[in-house]
Design a binder for this molecule. Structure first.
Ligand code: ZN
Length: 155
């Protein structure tokens, strides 16, 4: 089943490719009615999970961004903070040159007892680099773009 839908906040359009095996995952992220779930860009908006005439029309509106094709599993992972396929860096050189070319304009740090945790780096080009602890050290979980309205990701 393929559902074209869009976020009511950031206006990102999605093409959800849902297999029968994805439905139990999707149920876990949906609201009580099963009709919407949080936007996987984590912008604070929500997307419809059911085929709807309005969203179908809006999803084919050429002024909107090209739909991002994602599976039910990718939707689930993105809502849990792992990033959408286009947010997960694949190339270490891209990350390195981005860090060298841009100033760090802000950080998200947290101090718990005597340990300092660095969660996010905000770069001058509007990109947020999200870090997580991986098996070998700090892992770049995802890189997200600042939206037109200046809001950043909620996670
Ligand atoms: Zn959104």
């Amino acid at each position: 089943m393929i559902i074209r839908t869009l976020c009511n906040s950031c206006l990102q359009t999605f093409e959800l490719v849902l297999e029968a095996s994805d439905l139990s995952l999707v149920k876990q992220i949906a609201d009580e009615t099963g009709h919407t779930c949080p936007c996987p860009r984590l912008c604070g908006g929500s997307i419809l999970l059911v085929g709807d005439e309005t969203s179908k029309q809006m999803a084919t509106d050429s002024r909107l961004k090209t739909p991002l094709r994602i599976t039910g599993k990718e939707l689930y992972k993105a809502i849990h903070g792992s990033g959408l396929p286009d947010e997960i860096p694949r190339d270490a050189d891209v990350l390195e040159s981005m860090l060298k070319a841009n100033d760090v304009t802000g950080v998200s740090v947290e101090k718990v007892n005597d340990t300092i945790y660095l969660h996010e780096l905000y770069l001058s080009n509007g990109v947020t680099v999200h870090l997580a602890s991986g098996q070998r050290g700090a892992q770049v979980l995802k890189m997200t773009k600042e939206r037109d309205n200046g809001s950043r990701n909620h996670r």
